[in-house]
Write a protein that binds this ligand. Structure first.
Ligand SMILES: Nc1ncnc2c1ncn2[C@@H]1O[C@H](COP(=O)(O)OP(=O)(O)O)[C@@H](O)[C@H]1O
Ligand SMILES: [Mg+2]
Length: 155
């Protein structure tokens, strides 16, 4: 299901790439998670397999909405192949500098700072590329365990 203000576009010939352009509005986090779930389902990936992964995707979209500080659409792509599902989330906002240790969970009473540690812990592949003043790209991937799913896309 695509949200009212998103556009979906299967850009690979085999339909294995889903592209969404999402307005920087908090309500679209749910739309992205629903659309990624539906896309995965079309390739035989069960909701249980990507439950944690979807959580990570939600944190990535939430950060782009909350922290990019710009009104441009957020570009979300979901690629599926025989072994994995990978989502990239790209904004053209303020970007940020990262330091070693940024992936450490904050203490239990901290209000903020859990999103990136959660993304790392809820994914098999995780990368942040951020350029201050230019924007941020997040890559989050999850391997589909051999034998646990039937994906119908060739690698
Ligand atoms: N897309 C983004 N654009 C700009 N800054 C970001 C982005 N994503 C994360 N950040 C920065 O990284 C910090 C840590 O993010 P996160 O771990 O999700 O914690 P929180 O969102 O609770 O602050 C944010 O407070 C923000 O400064
Ligand atoms: Mg966050």
């Amino acid at each position: 299901m695509l949200g009212m203000d998103t556009t979906g576009d299967a850009t690979a010939g085999d339909g294995s790439v889903l592209q969404l352009r999402v307005p920087p509005n908090p309500r679209f986090g749910k739309v992205v998670r629903e659309d990624v779930l539906a896309h995965a389902g079309r390739f035989g990936i069960s909701p249980a397999t990507i439950e944690d992964f979807l959580f990570a995707v939600g944190e990535g979209v939430a950060n782009a909405v909350e922290h990019s500080g710009c009104g441009d659409v957020i570009d979300v792509r979901c690629r599926i192949d025989a072994e994995k599902i990978v989502v990239t989330i790209v904004d053209t906002g303020r970007g940020f500098a990262r330091a070693p240790g940024d992936d450490k969970l904050p203490d239990g009473l901290a209000e903020r700072g859990r999103g990136i540690p959660i993304m790392r812990r809820c994914s098999d592949i995780f990368a942040v590329h951020s350029v201050p003043g230019r924007g941020t790209a997040i890559v989050i991937g999850c391997y589909i365990r051999a034998g646990s799913e039937e994906t119908s896309v060739a690698s």
